[in-house]
Ligand binder design. Structure first.
Ligand SMILES: NC(=O)c1ccc[n+]([C@@H]2O[C@H](COP(=O)([O-])OP(=O)(O)OC[C@H]3O[C@@H](n4cnc5c(N)ncnc54)[C@H](O)[C@@H]3O)[C@@H](O)[C@H]2O)c1
Length: 282
């Protein structure tokens, strides 16, 4: 299937970066969000990414301008009618995502694909909200999506081979490295990441050690390039909490989100995006 135009639904942490990657590859893209403020911030963020490339001599100013013009920032559903692939990157909640899937199913052409950037939810269950389950798949990018190459590609129970092939090709066209993974809670990367995250949160609670000390031990010993608490703040604590909940409900106690994480989310402290998480960014 020829990929003429793509839509990204949800212009938050992930959606904006995914949109940038698509426009950089010269594919027309509509970036949609329900919030005009989020769309304005996404436009600024994407402009800064292009400006950064120009400053590092990775792209000419004319090319950056040209690529920026491939993006339509929109809160209008009509702008998405003629897309070939819609990438859903909204809040990590089954009900919210299924509502978006239902809406997309109504307005997109019957041939169009609907894929989800979900971190852990069932693709089969998302597909049930549509009349085209064979045209639904998972396309899981990683944070920060404008830099990270890996994309997990997930088939639901009814996903067709043609759909998977088109999703793999789209990932390659936007210079990513797609890897097919089996449908299961958290797929591969988040199952591993969240298992270690759950353990490190338990360790923090049990020993009463602060986040910065643990992060320093991890980074100074080169266990990971970023400490787990700084990473969680950057990913968004609401996302981390929802993913942990999905894994806890499906795989059991060992993934149970810590009380501290739950409290932070309940207080609206979601990390970098709200200015407060395990660390303060104000
Ligand atoms: N943050 C990460 O590191 C990360 C990594 C990989 C995958 N993901 C997944 O990507 C998805 C988005 O995560 P995020 O971190 O970008 O979240 P986010 O909170 O930064 O952005 C979500 C956006 O969705 C918008 N939205 C909500 N309902 C909508 C609707 N009906 N129509 C259009 N827009 C709507 C919100 O306004 C918000 O701007 C989630 O499924 C998450 O699990 C996140």
């Amino acid at each position: 299937m020829y990929i003429k135009k793509v839509a990204v639904i949800g212009a938050g942490t992930m959606g904006a970066d995914i949109c940038y990657s698509i426009a950089t590859a010269g594919i027309p893209v509509v970036l949609r969000d329900v919030s005009e403020d989020v769309l304005t911030r996404a436009r600024q963020h994407i402009q800064e990414l292009f400006d950064g490339r120009v400053a590092r001599n990775k792209m000419s100013a004319a090319d950056a301008l040209d690529r920026m013009s491939f993006i339509v920032f929109s809160s209008n559903l009509d702008d998405m009618k003629d897309v070939t692939v819609a990438i859903e990157a909204v809040t990590e909640k089954m009900k919210v995502k299924q509502a978006v899937f239902r809406e997309l199913d109504q307005i997109l052409a019957p041939m169009a694909l609907i894929v989800s950037n979900t971190s852990a939810l069932s693709i089969t269950e998302l597909a049930q909200a549509t009349r085209r389950p064979e045209r639904v798949a998972g396309m899981h990018f990683f944070y920060p999506a404008h830099m990270m190459k890996l994309v997990e590609v997930i088939a639901g129970e009814k996903t067709s081979d043609e759909t998977l092939y088109t999703v793999m090709r789209l990932a390659e066209e936007i210079r990513k490295i797609p890897v097919k993974v089996k449908e299961c809670p958290g797929f591969v990367v988040n199952r591993v990441l969240m298992a270690s995250m759950a353990e490190v949160l338990r360790f923090k609670e049990e020993r009463g050690i602060d986040a910065a000390t643990i992060d320093q031990v991890v980074t100074k010993n080169k266990i990971a390039p970023m400490g787990p608490f700084m990473l969680a703040d950057a990913l968004g604590l609401d996302v981390a909490y929802e993913v942990a909940q999905t894994l806890y409900q499906t795989l059991g106690e060992r993934f149970k989100p810590s009380d501290e994480l739950k409290q932070l989310v309940l207080q609206g402290h979601l990390g970098v995006k709200t200015g407060q998480g395990f660390y303060s960014y104000r």
